[in-house]
Write a protein that binds this ligand. Structure first.
Ligand code: R2B
Ligand code: URA
Length: 300
């Protein structure tokens, strides 16, 4: 297999007679022949992932315009029958939803990594286009993640495997981070795009130090001390996927980046209270940044 295809770290896959990407409802023939998948997905160079199917559909429509892909009509959800995640293909870009949090995202991430391996995609890059809370930056700021911290404020990801705690580093590709800023930002955007550290937590409420969840056993001061500690570590946004995403992609050597727009400044409050119209406008911002980045890389 060529140098540029994805190499996974699972020897069992080499001898498995067939594989069913259950949540995507994509089958690998039991002859092991992946020709069909290569025809359908072999040209994929970028996989954009984000929380919801509707946002990924909007992104697919947006990228049609940006990339000049001549398609009309509704984008087709290629994973509709799986009923878990949505997937749209626009030329060399897949737009795929991942739900909320690392648990949901890791399921589709494993299956997407297997898909790009079977389809023999050449050096695919995976980009998360998400929403997040901000730390000391105005709502609407776009943050491209430098280092991903977990909820323990460590630049790593922890997972229980066979009853053991396994800790892996959580580093995103420096190239992707640099290029997103270099190629994705326009001085006339009217919003800021910054490169900074991100904390990915396993809980939106207590995990992110909110005092408005169903349970809270700390004071407002404890919360502010924690958020200040995060700020001191260079963390400027908080979401729920970064450390898992960085660690899984790093482990298999696939380049990845996390580009999220802040909906709230957590140094000022806990409730996301922007209007739905504002939220929709903010959600387009990472589209602009990532759209330009993808265009530039495709032209190189
Ligand atoms: C940001 O927003 C979602 C929670 O509201 C979650 O997916 C995340 O990381
Ligand atoms: N998503 C998060 O995970 N946290 C926020 O504060 C806002 C969006």
């Amino acid at each position: 297999m060529s140098e540029k295809t994805v190499k996974l770290l699972n020897p069992h896959l080499e001898t498995a007679p067939s594989d069913y990407l259950y949540h995507l409802d994509i089958n690998v023939a039991n002859t092991g022949d992946t020709t069909e998948l290569q025809h359908k997905f072999g040209d994929v160079k970028f996989i954009c992932v984000g929380g919801t199917g509707s946002r990924m559909r909007q992104l697919a429509l947006y990228l049609r315009d940006v990339l000049g892909v001549q398609e009309s009509g509704d984008p087709v959800d290629l994973c509709e029958r799986g009923q878990r995640y949505a997937m749209y293909k626009v030329g060399p870009v897949l737009c795929v939803s991942h739900g909320i949090g690392s648990a949901s995202f890791s399921v589709v991430l494993h299956e997407l990594l297997k898909l790009v391996k079977y389809a023999r995609c050449q050096e695919p890059v995976i980009l998360r286009i998400g929403t997040c809370g901000g730390l000391g930056v105005p709502p609407g700021t776009v943050v491209a993640t430098k280092n991903a911290f977990n909820g323990l404020l460590r630049n790593e990801h922890e997972i229980a495997i066979l009853g053991q705690r396994v800790v892996r580093p959580a580093q995103f590709s420096e190239d992707v981070n640099k290029d997103v800023i270099a190629f994705g930002v326009d001085a006339n955007d009217g919003f800021q795009t910054i490169s900074a550290n991100t904390m990915g937590t396993d809980c939106f409420y207590e995990g992110q130090g909110r005092i408005d969840g169903a349970i809270c056993e700390y004071t407002e001061k404890d919360k502010m001390d924690f958020l200040q500690k995060c700020h001191d570590l260079g963390i400027r946004n908080i979401e729920m996927e970064a450390s898992m995403f960085a660690s899984v992609t790093q482990k298999v050597g696939v380049k990845a980046g996390d580009v999220c727009v802040t909906l709230i400044d957590r140094l000022k409050g806990d409730q996301v209270s922007i209007t739905m119209d504002q939220k929709h406008e903010f959600e387009q911002r990472p589209f602009l940044v990532v759209g330009r980045y993808i265009m530039k890389l495709l032209q190189q």
